[in-house]
Design a binder for this molecule. Structure first.
Ligand SMILES: Cc1ncc(COP(=O)(O)O)c(C=O)c1O
Length: 388
């Protein structure tokens, strides 16, 4: 990897050389058949990753436009949604819904915890919702949603499942053909971005709608959107030589290569690798006295949020790490200054994580907190070995 720094924030994530090389290929016209072929293939690869027989959209924009597409194409003004929030990004659906006149109820977990399934069941029994938003892995807390538990409850009550996969897709199972519960319920919409577990630079929103969600779009008629109206994009996704808005040609090259790598590794192997990395990193950093915000049973495999040991100052620690060429992220909202977040997803490798654990130990030692580096690395290796 030609990266000079190790970027272990919860996205963007490390980009491998073959993706950079693809991105640096000659910019062609967006209707040039050579580009159109690549765009088509990247859409097909996305379809294969999400296992959907619905519609897939790969467009310029960040994860947020994906959230907007998901919501505005399925829920109309005055209709009601339930937001299940495990942190800052779950909450984003509240602002988004409000912007479009959507009525919103929220079930908010304490940061680091999950909303209880019983609470969701109760809320859905008492009220009717058009859709329920679920954040697969909330990047502010490192909490993963329990899809096995949530999807059947939501669908049983007739609401659409909108899944925000921005910090999960390609690392945590998102299979739109999978049948949840005895009645065989399915996820209706998945949205994501290019820059996290897919491991491609930021700039693409990826969204998939199943037939139920597409029917919901039809029922809405006109919607208060233009760029994010899927009806404007469906003809382009079927035939990318057509024009609606200029696609980011070089990012599509990069994304196509990223998707090739995802499928080449194999989804099951990739999910197992991420599970191992998550467990390994958390076990290792516990050796340093760092306490994950999320308990292991609810922790995401893509990123973790850690409380500092007593006396370690956030700015000093992260500055010491940056000197070593390792970049991690601060925490958000009330945890700013009290915890940090570390990504362990996408193109990140075991070797990189071992090196990161070493650097984190070094930085802790540099700021006066004793850190048993060998012990932590051994814990990481043991967890990884036990998991994959
Ligand atoms: C879970 C989740 N959803 C949505 C977003 C918003 O994505 P973006 O910043 O690409 O617009 C993020 C960004 O980090 C995220 O982590």
């Amino acid at each position: 990897m030609r990266n000079e720094e190790m970027l272990l924030i919860p996205g963007p994530t490390p980009v491998v050389d073959s993706i950079y090389d693809a991105m640096a290929s000659e910019t062609r016209g967006h209707t040039d058949p050579r580009f159109v072929e690549i765009y088509k293939r990247s859409i097909e690869r996305t379809r294969e990753m999400l296992k959907t027989d619905g519609e897939v959209f790969v467009i310029a924009g960040s994860g947020t436009i994906g959230m907007e597409m998901a919501l505005v194409n399925t829920v109309g003004a005055g209709e009601r949604i339930l937001v299940i929030s495990h942190g800052y990004f779950g909450d984003r659906f509240i602002q988004l819904g409000k912007a479009f006149g959507i009525e919103i109820d929220v079930l908010q977990a304490e940061w680091g915890k999950r909303v209880a399934l019983e609470e969701v069941e109760r809320q859905l029994s008492e009220h009717t919702y058009k859709a329920v938003t679920i954040t697969h892995a909330d990047t502010s807390t490192g909490v993963a949603a329990d899809l096995e538990g949530l999807v059947p409850i939501v669908k049983k009550h007739g609401a659409l499942v909108i899944l925000d996969g921005v910090c999960a897709t390609a690392a945590m199972e998102e299979d739109m053909s999978k049948e949840y519960g005895e009645a065989g319920y399915k996820i209706d919409v998945v949205l994501t971005g290019s820059q996290k577990a897919i491991g491609v630079p930021p700039g693409l929103a990826i969204v998939a709608f199943n037939q139920t969600a597409l029917e919901a779009r039809k029922q809405l008629g006109r919607i208060p959107a233009y760029y994010s109206d899927i009806e404007n994009w469906i003809p382009i996704m079927h035939d990318p030589s057509k024009y609606f808005a200029t696609p980011p040609v070089n990012l599509i090259y990069a994304y196509d290569e990223g998707m090739r790598l995802v499928l080449e590794e194999g989804l099951e192997k990739r999910y197992a690798r991420h599970t191992a990395f998550g467990r390994g990193v958390r076990a290792a950093l516990r050796e340093y006295g760092m306490i994950p915000l999320a308990d292991e049973e609810v922790a995401a495999s893509t990123l973790s949020c850690f409380h500092y040991p007593e006396g370690v100052i956030d700015a000093d620690f992260r500055a010491a790490l940056a000197k070593e060429g390792l970049i991690v992220a601060g925490s958000l909202a009330h945890l700013a200054g009290k915890a940090f977040r570390m990504g362990h997803m996408g193109n990140t490798t075991e070797e990189m994580l071992i090196s990161a654990i070493k650097k984190i130990g070094g930085a802790l030692n540099a700021v006066g907190h004793e850190a048993p580096i060998e012990q932590a690395i051994n814990r990481f290796k043991a967890e990884v070995e036990a998991t994959v």
